[in-house]
Structures are given as C-alpha cells and as structure tokens.
Design a protein around this ligand. Sequence first.
Ligand code: HMG
Ligand code: MG
Length: 307
Amino acid sequence: MALPTAVKIVEVGPRDGLQNEKEFVPTATKIDLINRLSAAGFPNIEAASFVSPKWVPQMADGAEVMAGIERRSGAIYSVLTPNLRGLEGALAARADEIVIFGAASEAFSQKNINCSIAESIERFVPVALAAKERGVRIRGSVSCALGCPYQGEVPIASVVDVVERFAALGCDEIDIADTIGVGTARRVHEVFEAVTKVFPRERLSGHFHDTYGQALANIYAALEEGIAIFHASVAGLGGCPYAKGATGNVATEDVLYLMNGLGIHTGIDLNQVVAAGDFISNAIGRANVSRAGKALLAKARSEAACS
Ligand code: HMG
Ligand code: MG
C-alpha cells in the first residue's frame, strides 16, 4: 500500500509524558509547554487527565491546566476520563475530546484501572453516551495491544475484541497502543491488518512507546498499512506508572524528522518542537531523549558559536 501523503501527529507529552514524573511539575510549566506545542502547529494535543489523584497525583491539576492554556483555533485538546466523574471534569474544562482507555490484557486492566476489561467497557457506556450527547469527540485507547508487562503475549483476537467494543461505544478514533514498547514491525503489520477489518483505517492511530527502540520502525510498518495518525511525546517524555521499565512514547522530534524526510505533510514546525523539548527537559531536569531533538540543538548551537 502507498504511504499516506499527510499524517496527524497527536502530541501526548503533556499527559502521557508528564504523568510519570515523580516530582510534581508546576501547573504553570504544564501550561507553558502546551502553549509552545500549540504554537508549533499540532492539530491535537493530549493535555490532561481527569483521573483519581490518588492513582496519578501528577495529573491532579487537569482543570487548572485546561483553564490556563491558550487554545489554537481548530486544534483538539484531549483529556483522559476513566469514569463519569472524569467526564464531568472534562466537560467543565471544555475538552474537545475525551479519551477512554481499556486494555487488551486482563492483567493490565486490573493494574491500571482496577477492574476487568468487561467491567471497564461497562463503566465507559454512560461516559460515552454523555459525551456523545454533548457533541464531544471520543477516542478509545487500547493498551498492551502488542504485549503486556504482566501476561506477556497478547492474542490479536483480544485486540480486535476491544476495538470492536470501543467501536460499538461510538469512538471517533481508536489507538492501538504499545504501552511497553515491546512490539516489532511484523506484529504491527499483523495487528493493523486484523483491526482494519473491524474499524476504519483512517480513524485508527499508532501509539508507540520506545522501550526497545522499535517505535520508528513500528511507525513505518503502520504507515505501510495506511495508518495516518500517530502519537508522540516531545523530548520522549514519559513512561507508564503501571508498566515498570517502560520508557516514554516515541519522541515527537524524531517522528517529525522521519515524516519530513518521507515528504509526508504534518503541518508542524519541527524547530519549534525542538525548542519546546529543550524547554521542558530543562524545566523538569530530565534528559532530552529525542535523537533528532538533541542533534538539531547541537547543530544550532555550533552554528551560533561560529557566527
Ligand atoms: P478505584 O480506586 O477503583 O475507584 O479507582 P474509586 O471509585 O473507589 O475511586 C478512588 C478514589 O478516587 C475516590 O476518592 C474517588 O472519589 C476518586 P476517595 O473517596 O478515596 O477520596 N476518583 C476520582 N477523583 C478524581 N477524578 C476522577 C475520579 N474517579 C475516582 N475521575 C479509577 C478507579 C479508574 C478512578 C482509577 O483506577 C484511576 O483513576 N485510574 C487512572 C489510571 C491512569 O490514569 N493511568 C494512566 C493513563 S492510561 C495510559 O497511560 C495508557 C495510554 O497512554 C495508552 C498506552 O500507552 O497504553 C492511554
Ligand atoms: Mg501511553
């Protein structure tokens, strides 16, 4: 299949990235980061979570973050909502899209949201209905679609099953998430071949963590399957509180560098994203793990020193 000519990159650093930071990141820093990312041209930013602060304390200031950001016209600001209480917070915060999240692995579902896969879908029914009534977009995220830290291999049939359940809830978009970054390109082909039979290809996304250094290869494999929505985290921020050892999502700068090289349109200014990655890495005292980001920063510094 020919590669797509344009892709949507969803920046998930402010949520998936920062949620894993042990030290509380000040609300003003989160807002500053999101504003910089908005200015860089992202069509969709995952900005916050309305989850239990006991479970993920870093995301406790979701309402303040959403109230403080400058929204770029036409951009979608998404938030995670595990239940009706989360949805109420999301609606009050004027989120454009809510994200419900379930796992293709029973063990991970218990660890992440404290219930079985079937129970989680039941819990999402009223959430999805209320969101639809209010005209808010719904995204469903399928964790552990390429492997689980607790159960190991995850059958493709389990992934297809959750995708079908999310589709029945009216999801506008569904993410195939490699939560712990164990997937490789062949499995990516197999999984997308299977899920595109039950949900439209153009509304499926690839959410790849880079733990085993496979994320860019997996994105390329997904492009070959015609997938045109990818999630990425500026400076490679992140990990998962319920998946020990998992690193962040693939770094946004690396994905943009790849897309630019392939001539695939994103509408995002790579240099501004590199600057945003430098800003947040310095602000929270964390190493920038974007290869392209570090290379472009070093190049800019050496050019500045020579001029
Ligand atoms: P629970 O403990 O089973 O349920 O948590 P609960 O109803 O007893 O709630 C516990 C406490 O939290 C109560 O407070 C609730 O009021 C409160 P208490 O009475 O003890 O004072 N609470 C809330 N507070 C604020 N907002 C809410 C909310 N709900 C309950 N919405 C629950 C069940 C689902 C709430 C919990 O397990 C939870 O919040 N989990 C979130 C886990 C999470 O955010 N994980 C990370 C995101 S998923 C991810 O990163 C994967 C993804 O990136 C894709 C991938 O890579 O795989 C999307
Ligand atoms: Mg994730």
